[in-house]
Write a protein that binds this ligand. Structure first.
Ligand code: ACO
Length: 324
């Protein structure tokens, strides 16, 4: 088989219309704009309308990604949706996205790696395409975390928001791709940390959806080290250095974690794409949303070397290096 490379053809994002500011949240729980901004960098989040499901957000992001790629839904034969907030326990949200986009061929499935979901989904779709299990993929991160938050718990409800982001990957012969495309990925997990960030419900345990529970300080303690490990691994594997990066597009969980990782790795702030202020932590959607914003405002350009990373529940963590 001709060696293949997955290249990015398009990217798109979608945020629900309703904006919930820190000020408005301060009327719901005992918090303040100042506390939230200082500890996290978040200024507002978007919240899906009652009749808007994760698959609806995913479809809007996918349509935007397809439009930017110049392709249509009929070109797609693989859909991977990263989400922890599926429409239903089953079938996979990816199949609902497939149906809403009118796609009747290929394969569609979900990936569950919480905030690291998009990095896992990208690495999975890349492997599928390189091995001939599809030719063009929609890789989507989509979440409605507003549905699993305990809106009386100020230590968690201020941190998250709803949204979706998507990329279109196209498998082409390596010789044609040159040095463009997904250059490598590094994925990790360690279930020993499961109870530091989890949802206290599920079909097998409680037969309820449950609410997000988090030991914030514990997550914070591990985040920078874990992120740095996978970044160093993917750079090692691909023979690149942080000095060569055009853009660092981190998971948008907390500005202090992003700053800490950037400092540890020697990545300057002006090469880091920060969008957390406008949409908070949208879990699996945060990296593709940040990519779509970086491309839309002209910062990320063709041939740029782009590093993405994420860390989240499980714990899971991962990074990918792409030549745009
Ligand atoms: N408003 C005001 N006060 C608050 C709030 C709030 N929203 N939340 C907590 N506090 C209070 C606490 O009650 C505590 O008060 P006390 O000292 O009287 O007991 C005080 O603030 C300090 O609480 P800490 O939890 O120690 O605050 P910390 O500085 O650790 O900040 C935070 C909390 C922002 C959650 C931080 O731990 C963090 O960012 N952790 C990482 C978590 C994260 O990013 N999770 C996202 C998912 S995982 C991922 O995506 C990587």
């Amino acid at each position: 088989m001709t060696p293949l490379r997955s290249i990015v053809r398009g990217v798109g994002g979608y945020l629900p219309a309703r904006v919930l500011s820190n000020g408005e949240l301060a009327t719901m729980v005992n918090t303040s704009d100042e506390w939230i901004v200082q500890r996290t960098g978040i200024r507002q989040r978007h919240v899906a309308a009652d009749d808007e499901l994760t698959s609806d957000l995913a479809v809007k992001a996918a349509e935007n990604a397809l439009a930017s790629s110049g392709m249509s839904a009929s070109d797609i034969d693989l859909i991977v949706v990263a989400t922890s907030t599926p429409d239903l326990t089953f079938p996979a949200t990816a199949t609902l996205v497939q149906q809403k986009l009118g796609i009747t061929r290929g394969a569609a499935f979900d990936i569950q790696a919480v905030c690291t979901g998009f990095v896992y989904a990208l690495a999975t779709a890349d492997s599928y395409l390189k091995n001939g299990l599809g030719t063009r993929a929609l890789v989507i991160g989509a979440e409605t975390f507003s549905r699993i938050l305990d809106w009386t718990d100020r230590s968690t409800c201020v941190l998250f928001g709803d949204g979706a982001g998507a990329v279109v990957l196209d498998a082409i012969p390596e010789a044609e791709a040159g040095d463009r495309g997904v250059l490598g990925s590094s994925l990790r997990s360690d279930g020993v940390h499961w109870d530091k960030l989890y949802v206290d419900g599920g079909p097998s345990s409680t037969q309820t959806v449950g609410h997000l529970r988090m030991h914030g300080r514990e997550v914070f303690k591990h985040a920078v080290g874990m992120i740095s490990d996978v970044i160093e691994d993917v750079l090692d594997k691909t023979g690149h250095t942080t000095g060569e990066l055009d853009w660092f597009v981190p998971h948008q969980a907390n500005l202090r974690i992003i700053d800490g990782a950037g400092k540890k790795l020697g990545i300057p702030a002006e090469k880091t794409i920060i969008t957390i202020d406008s949409h908070a932590n949208t879990s699996a959607a945060s990296v593709p949303l940040a990519l779509s914003i970086g491309v839309a405002d002209g910062r990320i350009r063709p041939n740029d070397l782009v590093l993405i990373e994420a860390m989240g529940g499980g714990f899971t963590w991962g990074a990918s290096l792409l030549r745009w």
